[in-house]
Design a protein around this ligand. Structure first.
Ligand SMILES: [Fe+2]
Ligand SMILES: [Fe+2]
Length: 237
């Protein structure tokens, strides 16, 4: 495909990771099965301090409004790591090879933020299509408060124990992965609801809303595995 406009060049920069791989129909079903066969991680105190209020405010059962809420806060640790990364690049300015490796993590953190942002846009679209009204307290104030807490926990943890910061995110991603895949399993009718394809150009088009949600669930699994991987080498050397 020839790229002619500056706009498209910006989207197709080869050095910008485009997010986790997009799966086909069979792979999506297998991904769901993999998640259902994998027990949830043991969530620590900090993770439970976020999941508990979310369950209380939005219900234990999955829903588009609950997922939208989770996606608002999902971006936050990546944002915190990006910011800490720039601080480290500055600190290691005299060691260019190290500064470059830190920058690679910054690029990764930014790609993950973008991926979470697509999830959020897709969820908001599904909420609006389902005709749900989102009130100020539950859908503006509460997400902001939880995101505020999560952001500061993420960067402080990253400063003192970066492996704990990655672990916390891995737990958050594991939770999201299971929430999506369980929701799809509990709502078999979603396999017959066509994907509205609002963000098809950027996120791909799926056979059904069920497959769209499976893809998002698989993204969360990839985020989790990346964080568990980063835990093994929490500080860039
Ligand atoms: Fe997400
Ligand atoms: Fe995620």
């Amino acid at each position: 495909m020839t790229i002619t406009t500056a706009h498209h060049t910006a989207y197709r920069r080869p050095e910008a990771p485009s997010g986790p791989p997009k799966l086909d129909r069979d792979q999506l079903r297998r991904a769901q099965q993999d998640t259902m066969d994998t027990p949830r991680m043991a969530y620590g105190l900090l993770a439970r301090m976020m999941f508990k209020p979310v369950d209380l405010l939005y219900g234990k059962q999955g829903s588009y409004t609950k997922f939208a809420m989770l996606e608002i806060i999902a971006r936050v640790p990546y944002q915190a790591w990006e910011r800490m990364g720039y601080w480290a690049v500055h600190r290691h300015a005299g060691r260019s090879a190290l500064a470059r490796r830190v920058f690679e993590r910054i690029v990764e953190a930014r790609a993950d933020q973008d991926n979470e942002q697509w999830h959020l846009l897709i969820m908001q679209d599904l909420v609006q299509r389902s005709g749900h009204k989102q009130g100020w307290l539950l859908h503006q104030a509460a997400p902001w408060l939880i995101a505020f807490f999560y952001y500061h926990v993420s960067w402080v943890l990253f400063l003192v124990r970066p492996d704990w910061s990655y672990r916390l995110n891995a737990e958050f991603e594991d939770h999201a992965e299971h929430e999506y895949m369980t929701f799809v399993a509990q709502n078999p009718d979603l396999d017959f609801v066509p994907d509205p394809g609002t963000y098809a150009a950027e996120y791909g088009r799926y056979r059904s809303v069920a497959d769209l949600l499976r893809q998002i669930g698989h993204d969360e699994r990839t985020h989790k595995l990346d964080s568990l991987e980063s835990m093994r080498e929490p500080r860039v050397r």
